[in-house]
Design a protein around this ligand. Structure first.
Ligand SMILES: [Zn+2]
Length: 458
Protein backbone atom coordinates (compact mmCIF):
# COMPACT_ATOMS: atom_id res chain seq x y z
CA UNK A 1 0.00 0.00 0.00
CA UNK A 2 1.50 3.35 -0.97
CA UNK A 3 1.88 5.92 1.76
CA UNK A 4 2.53 3.34 4.44
CA UNK A 5 5.83 3.27 6.28
CA UNK A 6 7.02 0.75 8.77
CA UNK A 7 9.95 0.24 11.03
CA UNK A 8 10.85 -3.41 11.44
CA UNK A 9 13.48 -5.80 12.73
CA UNK A 10 13.69 -4.57 16.30
CA UNK A 11 12.26 -5.09 19.76
CA UNK A 12 9.08 -3.07 20.13
CA UNK A 13 8.22 -1.49 23.45
CA UNK A 14 4.55 -1.66 22.59
CA UNK A 15 1.69 -0.13 24.41
CA UNK A 16 3.19 1.44 27.24
CA UNK A 17 6.04 3.66 28.09
CA UNK A 18 3.10 5.94 28.62
CA UNK A 19 1.01 3.81 30.95
CA UNK A 20 1.37 4.53 34.58
CA UNK A 21 0.17 1.21 35.89
CA UNK A 22 2.13 -1.11 33.68
CA UNK A 23 5.51 -1.84 32.16
CA UNK A 24 6.21 -1.75 28.44
CA UNK A 25 4.79 -4.72 26.55
CA UNK A 26 7.78 -6.13 24.76
CA UNK A 27 7.43 -7.60 21.26
CA UNK A 28 10.56 -9.35 20.02
CA UNK A 29 11.25 -9.33 16.28
CA UNK A 30 8.62 -6.64 15.98
CA UNK A 31 7.47 -3.85 13.71
CA UNK A 32 5.34 -0.70 13.75
CA UNK A 33 3.47 0.57 10.70
CA UNK A 34 1.94 4.00 10.13
CA UNK A 35 0.00 5.88 7.52
CA UNK A 36 0.17 9.65 7.39
CA UNK A 37 0.53 10.68 11.01
CA UNK A 38 -1.02 7.66 12.76
CA UNK A 39 0.09 4.19 13.73
CA UNK A 40 -1.93 1.48 12.01
CA UNK A 41 -0.26 -1.73 13.19
CA UNK A 42 2.06 -2.96 15.92
CA UNK A 43 3.18 -6.58 16.28
CA UNK A 44 5.51 -9.30 15.09
CA UNK A 45 7.26 -8.07 11.97
CA UNK A 46 6.21 -11.02 9.81
CA UNK A 47 2.54 -10.20 10.40
CA UNK A 48 2.92 -6.44 10.06
CA UNK A 49 4.92 -6.77 6.83
CA UNK A 50 2.31 -9.18 5.45
CA UNK A 51 -0.42 -6.63 6.14
CA UNK A 52 1.45 -3.84 4.32
CA UNK A 53 3.39 -5.47 1.48
CA UNK A 54 4.09 -2.25 -0.41
CA UNK A 55 5.24 -0.23 2.55
CA UNK A 56 8.59 1.50 2.72
CA UNK A 57 10.62 -0.20 5.46
CA UNK A 58 13.03 1.42 7.90
CA UNK A 59 15.38 -1.22 9.29
CA UNK A 60 15.78 -1.06 13.08
CA UNK A 61 18.80 -3.39 12.83
CA UNK A 62 17.90 -5.18 16.01
CA UNK A 63 17.51 -2.00 18.07
CA UNK A 64 14.76 -0.91 20.45
CA UNK A 65 11.62 0.53 18.86
CA UNK A 66 10.14 3.02 21.33
CA UNK A 67 7.45 5.68 21.33
CA UNK A 68 8.84 9.18 20.78
CA UNK A 69 9.99 10.59 24.11
CA UNK A 70 8.57 13.56 26.00
CA UNK A 71 10.63 16.28 27.73
CA UNK A 72 8.59 18.31 30.23
CA UNK A 73 11.08 21.14 30.88
CA UNK A 74 13.57 22.66 28.46
CA UNK A 75 15.07 26.07 27.62
CA UNK A 76 15.83 26.28 23.91
CA UNK A 77 17.25 29.77 24.37
CA UNK A 78 20.29 28.39 26.18
CA UNK A 79 21.62 26.67 23.04
CA UNK A 80 24.10 29.42 22.17
CA UNK A 81 25.63 29.41 25.66
CA UNK A 82 27.84 26.45 24.84
CA UNK A 83 31.43 27.49 25.66
CA UNK A 84 30.40 30.97 26.83
CA UNK A 85 32.67 32.27 29.61
CA UNK A 86 30.71 34.70 31.78
CA UNK A 87 33.98 36.41 32.72
CA UNK A 88 33.14 36.37 36.40
CA UNK A 89 32.62 33.87 39.19
CA UNK A 90 29.35 31.98 39.61
CA UNK A 91 29.44 31.31 43.33
CA UNK A 92 25.81 30.48 43.99
CA UNK A 93 22.46 29.98 42.27
CA UNK A 94 21.63 33.69 42.37
CA UNK A 95 24.85 34.48 40.57
CA UNK A 96 24.29 31.73 38.00
CA UNK A 97 21.05 33.46 37.06
CA UNK A 98 22.19 37.05 37.37
CA UNK A 99 25.62 36.76 35.79
CA UNK A 100 24.92 34.11 33.15
CA UNK A 101 21.31 33.40 32.15
CA UNK A 102 19.84 36.84 32.77
CA UNK A 103 22.58 38.44 30.71
CA UNK A 104 22.19 35.89 27.95
CA UNK A 105 18.42 36.24 27.72
CA UNK A 106 18.66 40.05 27.61
CA UNK A 107 21.12 39.77 24.71
CA UNK A 108 18.77 37.62 22.59
CA UNK A 109 17.10 39.01 19.49
CA UNK A 110 14.74 37.47 16.95
CA UNK A 111 17.47 35.75 14.96
CA UNK A 112 19.27 34.28 17.97
CA UNK A 113 15.94 33.06 19.36
CA UNK A 114 15.30 31.34 16.05
CA UNK A 115 18.69 29.70 15.66
CA UNK A 116 18.74 28.64 19.34
CA UNK A 117 15.38 26.94 18.92
CA UNK A 118 16.52 25.20 15.73
CA UNK A 119 19.68 23.92 17.44
CA UNK A 120 17.79 22.68 20.49
CA UNK A 121 15.14 21.00 18.35
CA UNK A 122 17.81 19.27 16.26
CA UNK A 123 19.24 17.95 19.51
CA UNK A 124 15.78 16.72 20.57
CA UNK A 125 15.43 14.88 17.27
CA UNK A 126 18.84 13.27 17.68
CA UNK A 127 17.83 12.15 21.18
CA UNK A 128 14.45 10.75 20.09
CA UNK A 129 12.36 13.41 21.81
CA UNK A 130 9.27 14.26 19.78
CA UNK A 131 7.26 16.26 22.33
CA UNK A 132 8.92 19.05 24.27
CA UNK A 133 7.84 21.69 26.77
CA UNK A 134 9.92 24.87 26.47
CA UNK A 135 10.26 27.79 28.87
CA UNK A 136 11.45 30.90 27.03
CA UNK A 137 12.91 34.27 28.05
CA UNK A 138 14.15 37.16 25.86
CA UNK A 139 13.35 40.41 27.74
CA UNK A 140 14.45 42.66 24.88
CA UNK A 141 12.57 40.70 22.21
CA UNK A 142 9.30 39.56 23.78
CA UNK A 143 6.43 40.15 21.31
CA UNK A 144 6.28 37.37 18.76
CA UNK A 145 9.13 35.38 20.35
CA UNK A 146 6.90 32.34 20.90
CA UNK A 147 5.84 32.45 17.23
CA UNK A 148 9.48 32.18 16.19
CA UNK A 149 9.96 29.08 18.37
CA UNK A 150 6.67 27.59 17.22
CA UNK A 151 7.67 28.00 13.57
CA UNK A 152 10.89 26.12 14.25
CA UNK A 153 9.06 23.28 16.03
CA UNK A 154 6.34 23.16 13.40
CA UNK A 155 8.88 23.03 10.58
CA UNK A 156 10.22 19.73 11.89
CA UNK A 157 6.83 18.28 12.88
CA UNK A 158 7.65 18.12 16.58
CA UNK A 159 4.99 18.69 19.22
CA UNK A 160 5.65 21.57 21.59
CA UNK A 161 4.07 23.32 24.57
CA UNK A 162 5.58 26.81 24.72
CA UNK A 163 5.51 29.69 27.15
CA UNK A 164 7.22 32.97 27.94
CA UNK A 165 8.49 33.43 31.50
CA UNK A 166 6.65 36.28 33.20
CA UNK A 167 8.90 37.99 35.75
CA UNK A 168 9.20 41.31 37.60
CA UNK A 169 12.98 41.37 37.40
CA UNK A 170 12.79 43.67 34.35
CA UNK A 171 10.16 45.99 35.81
CA UNK A 172 6.38 46.26 35.36
CA UNK A 173 6.54 46.81 31.60
CA UNK A 174 8.56 43.62 31.18
CA UNK A 175 6.10 41.65 33.28
CA UNK A 176 3.15 43.00 31.31
CA UNK A 177 4.80 42.26 27.98
CA UNK A 178 5.59 38.71 29.07
CA UNK A 179 2.02 38.08 30.15
CA UNK A 180 0.67 39.55 26.91
CA UNK A 181 2.93 37.29 24.86
CA UNK A 182 1.65 34.20 26.70
CA UNK A 183 -1.99 35.18 26.35
CA UNK A 184 -1.63 36.05 22.68
CA UNK A 185 0.13 32.78 21.94
CA UNK A 186 -2.28 30.62 23.96
CA UNK A 187 -5.10 32.12 21.94
CA UNK A 188 -3.32 31.86 18.59
CA UNK A 189 -2.47 28.16 18.99
CA UNK A 190 -5.79 26.98 20.38
CA UNK A 191 -6.80 24.06 18.19
CA UNK A 192 -3.34 23.57 16.64
CA UNK A 193 -2.60 19.85 16.37
CA UNK A 194 0.95 19.92 17.70
CA UNK A 195 1.63 23.34 19.22
CA UNK A 196 0.15 24.67 22.44
CA UNK A 197 0.69 27.65 24.70
CA UNK A 198 0.71 27.73 28.47
CA UNK A 199 1.31 30.49 31.03
CA UNK A 200 5.02 30.83 31.73
CA UNK A 201 6.11 32.20 35.09
CA UNK A 202 9.75 32.53 36.11
CA UNK A 203 9.79 31.72 39.84
CA UNK A 204 8.19 32.92 43.04
CA UNK A 205 11.19 35.04 44.04
CA UNK A 206 10.95 37.23 40.92
CA UNK A 207 7.15 37.60 40.90
CA UNK A 208 5.23 40.19 42.88
CA UNK A 209 1.80 39.33 44.25
CA UNK A 210 0.21 41.85 41.88
CA UNK A 211 1.81 40.14 38.89
CA UNK A 212 0.76 36.66 40.03
CA UNK A 213 -2.78 37.91 40.63
CA UNK A 214 -2.98 39.53 37.20
CA UNK A 215 -1.58 36.43 35.49
CA UNK A 216 -4.02 34.18 37.35
CA UNK A 217 -6.95 36.45 36.55
CA UNK A 218 -6.24 36.63 32.82
CA UNK A 219 -5.07 33.04 32.30
CA UNK A 220 -7.53 30.92 30.32
CA UNK A 221 -8.63 28.13 32.64
CA UNK A 222 -7.38 25.36 30.37
CA UNK A 223 -3.94 26.86 29.79
CA UNK A 224 -2.12 25.71 32.92
CA UNK A 225 1.18 27.29 33.97
CA UNK A 226 4.86 26.40 33.89
CA UNK A 227 7.12 27.75 36.66
CA UNK A 228 10.35 27.06 38.54
CA UNK A 229 9.66 26.17 42.18
CA UNK A 230 12.18 25.77 45.02
CA UNK A 231 15.06 25.05 42.66
CA UNK A 232 17.35 26.58 45.27
CA UNK A 233 16.71 27.56 48.92
CA UNK A 234 16.90 31.15 47.65
CA UNK A 235 13.39 30.85 46.14
CA UNK A 236 11.88 29.65 49.41
CA UNK A 237 13.75 32.09 51.64
CA UNK A 238 13.15 35.17 49.49
CA UNK A 239 9.45 34.34 48.99
CA UNK A 240 9.00 33.99 52.73
CA UNK A 241 10.82 37.25 53.43
CA UNK A 242 9.11 39.32 50.75
CA UNK A 243 5.63 37.80 50.67
CA UNK A 244 5.26 35.88 53.94
CA UNK A 245 4.60 32.63 52.10
CA UNK A 246 6.57 29.91 50.32
CA UNK A 247 6.34 29.38 46.56
CA UNK A 248 3.78 26.57 46.67
CA UNK A 249 1.60 28.44 49.12
CA UNK A 250 1.68 31.53 46.89
CA UNK A 251 0.69 29.57 43.80
CA UNK A 252 -2.13 27.95 45.73
CA UNK A 253 -3.33 31.30 47.09
CA UNK A 254 -3.49 32.71 43.56
CA UNK A 255 -5.36 29.70 42.17
CA UNK A 256 -2.43 28.66 40.01
CA UNK A 257 -2.25 25.00 41.04
CA UNK A 258 -4.14 22.52 38.90
CA UNK A 259 -3.58 19.47 36.70
CA UNK A 260 -1.86 21.58 34.04
CA UNK A 261 0.50 23.29 36.47
CA UNK A 262 4.08 22.25 35.78
CA UNK A 263 6.43 22.93 38.68
CA UNK A 264 10.06 22.48 37.70
CA UNK A 265 12.47 21.24 40.39
CA UNK A 266 10.62 21.42 43.75
CA UNK A 267 13.76 20.36 45.61
CA UNK A 268 13.54 22.44 48.78
CA UNK A 269 9.98 21.79 49.93
CA UNK A 270 8.38 20.34 53.05
CA UNK A 271 6.19 17.26 52.97
CA UNK A 272 3.07 19.39 53.48
CA UNK A 273 3.95 21.33 50.33
CA UNK A 274 4.32 18.13 48.31
CA UNK A 275 0.92 17.12 49.64
CA UNK A 276 -0.52 20.44 48.49
CA UNK A 277 0.91 19.90 45.01
CA UNK A 278 -0.55 16.38 45.01
CA UNK A 279 -3.96 17.56 46.22
CA UNK A 280 -4.22 19.80 43.15
CA UNK A 281 -2.88 17.09 40.82
CA UNK A 282 -0.13 19.49 39.74
CA UNK A 283 3.07 18.06 38.28
CA UNK A 284 6.56 18.21 39.72
CA UNK A 285 9.32 18.04 37.10
CA UNK A 286 12.64 16.51 38.06
CA UNK A 287 15.71 17.87 36.22
CA UNK A 288 18.65 15.86 37.54
CA UNK A 289 21.35 17.05 35.11
CA UNK A 290 20.60 20.70 35.65
CA UNK A 291 20.34 20.30 39.43
CA UNK A 292 23.75 18.63 39.49
CA UNK A 293 25.23 21.29 37.19
CA UNK A 294 23.99 24.14 39.37
CA UNK A 295 24.79 22.40 42.64
CA UNK A 296 21.35 23.15 44.02
CA UNK A 297 20.57 19.80 45.66
CA UNK A 298 18.74 16.60 44.76
CA UNK A 299 14.98 16.17 44.64
CA UNK A 300 13.87 13.33 46.91
CA UNK A 301 11.82 11.66 44.17
CA UNK A 302 10.68 8.80 46.41
CA UNK A 303 9.64 11.23 49.14
CA UNK A 304 7.69 13.44 46.74
CA UNK A 305 6.00 10.39 45.22
CA UNK A 306 5.22 9.05 48.68
CA UNK A 307 3.47 12.34 49.45
CA UNK A 308 1.30 11.67 46.39
CA UNK A 309 3.04 13.91 43.86
CA UNK A 310 3.03 13.21 40.16
CA UNK A 311 6.71 13.51 39.18
CA UNK A 312 7.88 13.88 35.58
CA UNK A 313 11.24 14.46 33.95
CA UNK A 314 12.93 17.34 32.13
CA UNK A 315 16.38 18.41 30.95
CA UNK A 316 16.18 22.13 31.81
CA UNK A 317 18.31 23.27 28.89
CA UNK A 318 21.11 20.79 29.54
CA UNK A 319 20.46 18.54 26.53
CA UNK A 320 17.71 16.92 24.52
CA UNK A 321 18.23 13.46 25.95
CA UNK A 322 15.50 12.42 28.30
CA UNK A 323 16.85 8.86 28.53
CA UNK A 324 20.19 10.15 29.77
CA UNK A 325 18.37 12.32 32.31
CA UNK A 326 16.46 9.23 33.40
CA UNK A 327 19.65 7.32 34.03
CA UNK A 328 21.29 10.16 35.94
CA UNK A 329 18.08 10.51 37.94
CA UNK A 330 18.48 7.00 39.31
CA UNK A 331 22.18 7.44 40.01
CA UNK A 332 21.63 10.71 41.88
CA UNK A 333 18.92 9.20 44.08
CA UNK A 334 21.30 6.45 45.08
CA UNK A 335 24.23 8.80 45.61
CA UNK A 336 22.17 11.19 47.72
CA UNK A 337 20.75 8.45 49.94
CA UNK A 338 23.82 6.23 49.86
CA UNK A 339 21.40 3.42 49.09
CA UNK A 340 21.85 1.18 46.01
CA UNK A 341 18.26 -0.04 46.28
CA UNK A 342 16.48 3.29 45.98
CA UNK A 343 15.10 5.15 43.00
CA UNK A 344 14.50 2.50 40.36
CA UNK A 345 10.75 2.17 40.78
CA UNK A 346 10.15 5.89 41.19
CA UNK A 347 12.34 6.84 38.25
CA UNK A 348 10.78 4.09 36.13
CA UNK A 349 7.49 5.91 36.47
CA UNK A 350 8.87 9.22 35.23
CA UNK A 351 8.74 8.20 31.57
CA UNK A 352 5.16 7.09 32.02
CA UNK A 353 4.30 10.35 33.72
CA UNK A 354 5.83 12.44 30.94
CA UNK A 355 3.51 10.96 28.32
CA UNK A 356 0.51 11.14 30.63
CA UNK A 357 1.18 14.83 31.36
CA UNK A 358 1.67 15.63 27.67
CA UNK A 359 -1.78 14.17 26.98
CA UNK A 360 -3.26 16.76 29.31
CA UNK A 361 -2.18 19.44 26.81
CA UNK A 362 -3.00 17.74 23.52
CA UNK A 363 -6.14 16.05 22.28
CA UNK A 364 -4.20 12.82 21.89
CA UNK A 365 -5.19 10.16 24.44
CA UNK A 366 -2.62 7.70 23.01
CA UNK A 367 0.33 10.09 22.80
CA UNK A 368 3.50 8.36 23.96
CA UNK A 369 2.57 4.78 23.23
CA UNK A 370 2.91 2.42 20.31
CA UNK A 371 -0.62 1.25 19.63
CA UNK A 372 -2.86 1.49 16.56
CA UNK A 373 -4.46 4.92 16.44
CA UNK A 374 -1.67 6.64 18.36
CA UNK A 375 0.26 9.52 16.78
CA UNK A 376 3.14 8.11 14.75
CA UNK A 377 5.92 9.34 17.04
CA UNK A 378 8.35 6.43 16.80
CA UNK A 379 12.07 6.12 17.53
CA UNK A 380 14.67 3.41 17.25
CA UNK A 381 17.49 3.35 19.79
CA UNK A 382 20.60 1.52 18.62
CA UNK A 383 20.81 -0.81 21.59
CA UNK A 384 20.18 -4.37 20.37
CA UNK A 385 19.55 -6.36 23.56
CA UNK A 386 22.60 -8.50 24.44
CA UNK A 387 20.68 -10.25 27.22
CA UNK A 388 17.10 -11.51 27.58
CA UNK A 389 14.63 -8.65 27.23
CA UNK A 390 11.06 -9.09 28.33
CA UNK A 391 8.26 -7.02 29.75
CA UNK A 392 9.48 -7.38 33.33
CA UNK A 393 13.02 -6.08 32.78
CA UNK A 394 12.45 -3.60 29.96
CA UNK A 395 13.28 -0.54 32.03
CA UNK A 396 16.63 -2.09 32.97
CA UNK A 397 17.45 -2.21 29.26
CA UNK A 398 16.50 1.47 28.95
CA UNK A 399 18.59 2.61 31.91
CA UNK A 400 21.68 0.52 31.36
CA UNK A 401 21.58 0.19 27.56
CA UNK A 402 19.41 2.67 25.67
CA UNK A 403 20.33 5.68 27.83
CA UNK A 404 23.86 5.67 26.44
CA UNK A 405 23.08 4.45 22.92
CA UNK A 406 22.56 6.70 19.89
CA UNK A 407 19.14 7.04 18.32
CA UNK A 408 19.07 5.51 14.84
CA UNK A 409 15.69 6.72 13.57
CA UNK A 410 13.32 9.43 14.77
CA UNK A 411 9.84 9.72 13.30
CA UNK A 412 7.47 12.50 14.38
CA UNK A 413 3.83 12.39 13.32
CA UNK A 414 4.78 9.97 10.57
CA UNK A 415 7.61 12.07 9.15
CA UNK A 416 11.14 10.70 9.20
CA UNK A 417 13.44 13.27 10.84
CA UNK A 418 16.46 11.12 11.61
CA UNK A 419 17.38 8.12 9.46
CA UNK A 420 20.35 5.92 10.22
CA UNK A 421 21.73 8.55 12.61
CA UNK A 422 21.55 11.32 10.00
CA UNK A 423 19.28 14.33 10.16
CA UNK A 424 16.85 14.35 7.25
CA UNK A 425 14.84 17.48 8.07
CA UNK A 426 17.77 19.59 9.33
CA UNK A 427 21.08 20.44 7.63
CA UNK A 428 23.10 20.29 10.83
CA UNK A 429 26.34 21.58 9.32
CA UNK A 430 24.64 24.60 7.77
CA UNK A 431 22.69 25.23 10.99
CA UNK A 432 25.88 25.13 13.07
CA UNK A 433 27.58 27.55 10.67
CA UNK A 434 24.61 29.92 10.87
CA UNK A 435 24.60 29.60 14.66
CA UNK A 436 28.32 30.45 14.90
CA UNK A 437 27.76 33.61 12.86
CA UNK A 438 25.05 34.68 15.33
CA UNK A 439 26.87 33.53 18.47
CA UNK A 440 29.78 35.97 18.13
CA UNK A 441 27.65 39.14 18.17
CA UNK A 442 25.39 37.59 20.83
CA UNK A 443 28.36 36.98 23.09
CA UNK A 444 29.58 40.54 22.49
CA UNK A 445 26.21 41.89 23.59
CA UNK A 446 26.34 39.53 26.58
CA UNK A 447 29.73 40.83 27.71
CA UNK A 448 28.61 44.43 27.35
CA UNK A 449 25.74 43.83 29.79
CA UNK A 450 26.23 44.40 33.49
CA UNK A 451 24.89 42.18 36.21
CA UNK A 452 23.30 43.04 39.54
CA UNK A 453 19.65 42.52 38.62
CA UNK A 454 17.16 42.98 41.44
CA UNK A 455 14.86 39.99 41.71
CA UNK A 456 11.75 42.16 41.84
CA UNK A 457 12.90 44.94 39.54
CA UNK A 458 13.70 48.40 40.87
ZN1 LIG B 1 14.31 25.73 33.95
Amino acid sequence: MSGTLLVANGTVFGGALGQDDDRPVVIADGAVAWEDARIVAVGRQAEVRRGYPGARVLDARGGLILPGLVNLHHHFYSALARGLDPGTSLADFGQVLDRLWWRLDRALDAETIRVSAELALADCIRAGCTTVFDHHASPNAIPGSLDIIAEAADACSLSAVLCYEVTDRNGPAGAAAGLAENLRFIDATRGHRRIRGTLGLHASFTLRDETLAEAARRRPAEAGCHIHVAEDPLDVRYSQEQFGAGPVQRLQAHGLLDARSLLAHGIHLERAEYETIAAHDAVLIHNPESNANNGVGVLDVAGAADAGCTVGLGTDGMSGSILRALRLGVLMQRAARRDPGVGFEEIRRLLATNARVARRFFDEPQLGELTPGAPADVIVVDAPPPTPLETGNAVGHLLYGAADAPVRHTVARGRILLEDFRHVAVDLEALAARARRRAGPLWERFHALRWGTRFLGS
